[in-house]
Design a protein around this ligand. Sequence first.
Ligand code: GAR
Length: 196
Amino acid sequence: MKNIVILISGGGSNMAAIVKTAQREGWHKKLGARVAGVISNKAQAHGLVFAQEQGLATEVLDHTTFASREAFDAALSTAIDRYDEPGQPALVVLAGFMRILTPGFVNRYAGRLLNIHPSLLPAFAGLHTHQQALDAGCKFAGATVHQVTAELDHGPILAQAVVPVLPGDSADILAARVLTQEHLIYPRAIAEWLRQ
Ligand code: GAR
């Protein structure tokens, strides 16, 4: 069985979409994989409530209690590696995980570390992606699932979804429209990754 570990920082709606899709599509039987645990860097992350209701293992690693980025990432690695099975390293899924990871961490999980970013990469890496798209006068926006590499919000693209930017959109309205598509493409991209 391949374990999937999902890292969150907040609402966890992408995590919930992945968990629900895995249940609905029977990933356990069909893909030999299951969402095994959720790790948050914030104790208040609302997504933890859903994860606990689903009976998933949850853990909080508060990054503010670590002396350095490297120390936090080392603790995160220890937490993640508990989900490895013999010959089956865990798949690590970043879902609204708002921490920059060190190159050492990224290299350790190379090829099995996925992220979703709320823009059509390579446009608008970083933060405030929806405001960036509005400010640039984009007619379309979207989201990207990609492999994580040491360069922030780069790495091979696995899936994208496009939504229109509509007259009168605020960043929040656009974010909500993009998020509905994230909930579709992230579980689909993970299932494809598991099938490969
Ligand atoms: C999502 O829109 C995700 O793409 C974004 O944060 C939101 C998390 O929502 N991620 C990033 O901005 C990463 N740089 P969720 O917690 O409800 O899944």
